[in-house]
Design a protein around this ligand. Sequence first.
Ligand code: FE2
Length: 297
Amino acid sequence: MTLEITKITANIGARVSGVDISRPLGPETAAAVREALSTHKALVFDDVNLDDDSHQAFVRTFGEVTTAHPTVSSVDGVPNVLPVDSERGRAANHWHTDVTFVLNPPQATTLRSITVPPYGGETLIASSAAAYRQLPEPLRRLADGLWAEHTNDYDYAVADEEVDERQAAQRAQFTSITYRTVHPVVRVHPLTGERGLFIGGFAQRLVGLPPAESRRILDLLQAYVTRPENILRHRWSPNQLVIFDNRITQHYAIDNYDGLPRRLHRVTLAGDVPVGIEGKESYSIQGDASHYTPVAA
Ligand SMILES: [Fe+2]
């Protein structure tokens, strides 16, 4: 078999074929997949035939894995696998980069489809590198100097009276440890040197600015990330694996499947501490995530 990489859109996404990822990858194949991920930001593998063990083994090809989540429980008996299940709520219908409220968020996220609804349930994945490139020069200069505080504990858009008991319990679990971390708004990718907007839903405030002005500037920058041209709209088939580079993308799970069963399993690759364009690293204000993730070199 020869590895084949086919672009899906100009700015993000490629389909990978000619490799059986349920078996150990040789070093050359692993390097080629890694390079494709750096180039295309999101990769789709079809007909993968993985279970939780071989899914984790695939991710471990590229480094250490995290546990399922800092506060949310894993698949029963499988501490490194997070169930993404419509039964557990559909809270991922907002733009975010996974777990950016910790000091070293996962460098990559993998999702494997188990149950797919008959319609809807797509995952949108956006290139924040393309967004950065598209910023007009004065906005780019502004973004270059900004740092943002990311937290898991903020007011969700849903009004309190719309939250039922189950949602309230989920939210209590999600925020059972409060995390606050300051990251550069422009992150330099450690493998490629490429710059990307590192914001997303957990970025709640800009350092040195009041909340209301922070919101307006974050919204302005975020509008570049979510331009249709920067988005891969992935329609799930059963038995697929999607990996995306969590250092330079955002994603959104569309809630458009009438609450029908939808289940994916997620395994994330432990990440490094983000670095801004002047070489300065992110720093933690609150919350210890050492039970969740090792720090990648
Ligand atoms: Fe996510």
